[in-house]
Design a protein around this ligand. Structure first.
Ligand code: NAD
Length: 272
């Protein structure tokens, strides 16, 4: 590892166990890969033969993921950085071009998930979540499309949320940022469809990640969690791997005529 925003490097073999997978030979960047949905996505993509760039702010957790994936024979490079910083976002994309000569897939996953009512939220809370979940997604999409357009191919999957498609109590800051994800997906899909770039999103319900498991430690977190689980018709949290499988579908050629879609992965939450 080369420092707090450095590149960790490349390991693994092209002839890994997954050479015939659904992303075989495709270069994919996953942001926010160290934990949660991003980690499950990176693991699934590696198993499907992708040439991976995993990125995150959390250097030790990212290095642990890189080492674990490399041990399976996957080709994986890692970049420590902050998606809201233009130079870092650009490095995440350029690592794929430098290491693999291409970028085929971006999963714009990095995000923070604050729980605030509008009265609790400060102007700083708004700016922070918009910087990471909004601006960070914009920047990584922008730099990815810059490289995908000349190649005439690419697939982007953004992480929206049920709160990026419907209102929820306690999501006065996070929810609007996820509407940005849904909106960016649709606008970029239309803007780049003719150039061979598909842009879709998943809208997970409440998923059993580190972030969600910490909710009971926050004011109102236990009540929010109990209520939101109750509102999922399937009566349980989703698992990160269940979201990762939807992301894989949208990123792969199986979704070759699908663009501009925000796909709920929510145990029926939005079916109400
Ligand atoms: P998580 O907190 O478990 O993981 C998020 C990862 O992103 C962490 O590794 C974190 O270090 C990284 N990260 C945070 N800020 C970053 C930054 N500025 N630059 C780079 N990396 C950064 O979160 P999660 O629950 O896996 O959520 C992942 C995505 O899925 C988010 O976009 C979130 O909005 C979305 N989502 C999550 C849920 C859920 O219930 N967990 C539901 C709907 C949508």
């Amino acid at each position: 590892m080369t420092g707090s925003t450095g590149s960790i490097g490349s390991t693994g073999s092209a002839a890994g166990p997954s050479a015939g997978g659904r992303l075989a030979g495709r270069a994919a960047v996953v942001t926010g890969a160290a934990k949660g949905i991003g980690r499950a996505t990176a693991e699934l993509f590696a198993a499907e033969g992708a040439l991976l760039v995993v990125t995150d702010l959390d250097a030790p957790a990212l290095e642990a993921l890189r080492a674990a994936l490399a041990a399976t024979g996957a080709r994986v490079r890692a970049v420590v950085g902050d998606v809201s910083v233009p130079a870092d976002a650009r490095r995440m994309i350029e690592e794929s071009v430098a290491g693999y000569g291409r970028i085929d897939v971006l999963v714009a996953n990095a995000g923070i998930l604050p729980l605030h009512t509008v009265l609790e939220a400060t102007p700083e809370d708004w700016d922070q979540v918009m910087a990471v979940d909004g601006r960070g997604m914009f920047l990584t999409c922008k730099y990815a499309i810059e490289r995908m357009a000349p190649a005439g191919r690419g697939a982007i999957v953004c992480l929206s949320s049920i709160s990026g498609l419907a209102g929820q109590a306690g999501q006065a800051v996070y929810g609007p940022a996820k509407f940005v994800a849904s909106g960016l997906t649709k606008h970029l899909a239309v803007e780049w469809a003719a150039q061979g770039i598909r842009v879709n999103a998943v809208a997970p319900g409440t998923i059993n990640t580190d972030r969600v498991r910490r909710l009971p430690q926050e004011p109102g977190g236990s009540e929010y969690l109990a209520e939101v689980v109750r509102q999922h018709p399937m009566g349980r949290l989703g698992e990160p791997a269940e979201v990762a499988r939807a992301i894989l579908f949208l990123a792969s050629d199986e979704a070759s005529f699908i663009t501009g879609v925000v796909l709920p992965v929510d145990g029926g939450y939005l079916a109400h």
